[in-house]
Design a protein around this ligand. Structure first.
Ligand code: PEP
Length: 245
């Protein structure tokens, strides 16, 4: 059985108090499977609250980092500070950072390098926009994002395929469409110097579609936004994954 990753990106949501309440509620769940990795990505200010109240089987990640260790970078966060808080993973290249904050391939590449230098596992996100999907150039976009963003990387990374048109829209890719792209990414990365630990699907994953998505052969897990904010929905999804494998 393949290992499955269930990751929850809280974005700019969840105060410290809400984080504590979520973790306390979720602690009643028994995760007795070591072939399921569960990772949550709280906002920076809630990371220590998450670490204090989380059950042992949840790992904590950061939604971003800066690629330098210290210096004159007002408002940015150093990988050293994140390590100090016990962060094990980091999201890099999320579509909101690419398209709202205008982060380009080159800077994303520096961030991946920095994360790896500090033993933080990068979850590198790629995905085409709606208009690119309509023009049928999704694969070209993803190829560029992977080749530029992971240039000169020769360590292990996790990838997340997140079609921008499916994020926060309630319109997830069908399992077949997602599978086709995951299979393409698998082929594309086979000969690269880096190793791909897992390829996650992200974009409107919820308790109703998670089972069909993770049943696909090249989908190794999910990156969940909106539905990871509700402890009820998150628990439901964990339960589905735990029971069906
Ligand atoms: C995300 O932010 O990575 C995401 C997939 O969001 P949502 O599940 O809300 O579409």
């Amino acid at each position: 059985m393949k290992k499955i990753v269930i990751a929850g990106n809280w974005k700019m949501n969840m105060t410290r108090k809400e984080t504590k309440e979520f973790m306390v509620r979720i602690s009643s769940f028994t995760m007795d499977r070591n072939d399921i990795d569960v990772i949550l990505f709280p906002p920076y200010t809630s990371i220590d609250s998450a670490q204090s109240f989380k059950p042992e089987w949840i790992k904590i990640g950061s939604q971003n980092l800066w690629y330098k260790d210290s210096g004159a970078f007002t408002g940015e966060i150093s990988p050293i500070f994140l390590k100090e808080l016990g962060v094990e993973y980091v999201l890099i290249g999320h579509s909101e950072r690419r398209h709202i904050l205008n982060e380009q391939d080159e800077i994303l590449n520096l961030k991946v390098k920095s994360a790896l230098q500090h033993d933080i596992i990068p979850i590198f996100c790629v995905g085409e926009r709606k208009e690119e999907n309509e023009k049928n150039i999704g694969k070209q976009v993803i190829k560029r994002q992977i080749e530029e963003g992971l240039k000169f990387i020769n360590q292990e990374v996790i990838l997340a395929y997140e079609p921008v048109w499916a994020i926060g829209t309630g319109r997830a890719a069908t399992p077949d469409i997602a599978e086709e792209m995951h299979s393409y990414i698998t082929q594309l990365t086979l000969e690269k110097p880096f190793t791909v630990k897992a390829i996650l699907y992200g974009g409107s994953v919820n308790p109703d579609n998670i089972s069909d998505l993770i049943a696909m052969p090249h989908i190794d897990g999910v990156l969940i936004g909106g539905a990871s904010l509700s402890s009820d929905k998150f628990l439901k999804m964990l339960d589905i994954v735990k029971k069906r494998r």
